[in-house]
Design a protein. Structure first.
Length: 382
């Protein structure tokens, strides 16, 4: 871990600082070390809701743990750390800070002058709960709050100042999916549905996603914790390969040990993780939005604001710019919901006639007058 400390403390000292585990918001551990498994279990027992990044020479699959395979690529490491840096899960998560990320070793005293998002390495100090502490109720409430905050930030980002009505910074409002995994998945789903034949997507690290169009499901050995960061990184040319399996769809389902998931539900959450509270490029924020079909939010990755937006759009078409103001909610929720619905074809922007079209309509109106109107005009002219 010496090279990791060098990278964090010297090359990126303005962004990251190592701190004791009590203050950390991201834990990085070496799973190949002698006590790697023990440290992993310690973190899961004492900090079950803190993100963990595990380093290993082998591909591993542990729910809730993000893995990075050795040898470590600096760009991949920075991408993952910065992803969690923008995903605060503690009670003060909404007050996102732009100060450097602190990382500090357990045997080194923290620097109290800085209060940023932190990244920690585990120590071995055991924590004891005070006598009389209502563990179950309080911990469950905190767990639910932290889970809701985490899911909200994963789906809608952390940008709370976007103003749809008065305009906003283009980078904060729009995103381009052309170089993201979202576009790859969209293309594969459209192709397999058109050909009515399965398609397998082979990803780096030996992972894959197999799309079965007749059953409408996807088979994958890639957990959400590993798929989500991938949605934020640009896909390099030839990094993901398409293949048509030679096994029939029914046999793929029968022989697979992977749990099938709905194909639309997969595309929905990939879109949310990619958009993170932004709109597809060149979306007209002033055009009324018509909800063509109500999304099944009980089976899709969802948060409570989505239900209110769907209810509004199903009653009457309202523009994106007016929706947030009408419902009194942050624009990131509206943008995230629209992006996901748009990718599944559940919404449609209605075209409003412009000024030039209205003028043409007014000019054409006299030609539609009846016989009585033409007689009156003739009498007036006489």
């Amino acid at each position: 871990m010496a090279m990791l400390e060098l990278f964090l403390q010297r090359q990126n000292k303005d962004k990251y600082t190592i701190v004791p585990e009590q203050q950390a918001q991201l834990c990085i551990l070496d799973l190949d070390s002698l006590n790697g498994k023990k440290l992993l279990q310690h973190q899961r027992n004492h900090y079950p809701h803190r993100p963990m990044l595990a380093l290993s020479v082998r591909d591993r699959e542990i729910d809730g743990v993000q893995f990075l395979r050795k040898p470590i690529k600096v760009d991949s490491l920075k991408t993952i750390i910065d992803f969690y840096r923008n995903e605060p899960i503690h009670k003060n998560a909404d007050a996102e800070t732009k100060t450097p990320v602190k990382i500090q070793k357990a045997d080194s005293p923290p620097k109290p002058s800085v209060q940023p998002i932190t990244i920690g390495q585990p120590d071995t100090e055991e924590k004891r709960m005070p006598v009389g502490f209502a563990a179950n109720d309080t911990q469950n409430a905190v767990r639910n709050l932290e889970t809701l905050t985490r899911i909200t930030h994963e789906c809608c980002g952390t940008e709370t100042s976007t103003d749809l009505v008065n305009g906003a910074d283009r980078d904060k409002l729009f995103y381009d999916s052309q170089n993201l995994f979202q576009h790859i998945l969209e293309t594969a789903i459209a192709r397999c549905r058109k050909d009515a034949y399965p398609i397998a997507l082979h990803l780096p690290g030996g992972k894959s996603i197999t799309l079965l169009p007749k059953a409408g499901v996807a088979l994958t050995d890639l957990s959400d914790s590993r798929l989500r960061p991938r949605c934020l990184m640009a896909v390099k040319p030839d990094e993901i390969h398409f293949e048509n399996p030679r096994v029939s769809e029914s046999n793929l389902l029968r022989l697979s040990k992977q749990t099938p998931q709905n194909m639309d539900a997969l595309l929905w959450k990939v879109t949310l993780w990619s958009a993170r509270g932004r709109l597809p490029l060149n979306t007209d924020i002033h055009a009324p939005v018509h909800l063509r079909q109500w999304p099944n939010l009980t089976r899709l990755l969802s948060i409570s604001p989505f239900l209110r937006i769907a209810a509004l759009w199903s009653r009457t078409p309202v523009s994106l710019a007016q929706t947030a103001d009408t419902l009194g909610m942050e624009a990131r929720y509206v943008c995230a919901f629209y992006s996901a619905c748009h990718n599944l074809g559940l919404v449609q922007l209605q075209q409003v006639p412009g000024g030039e079209e209205m003028v043409q309509m007014q000019k054409a109106e006299p030609s539609r007058k009846g016989l009585l109107g033409r007689i009156l005009n003739h009498l007036r002219a006489a």
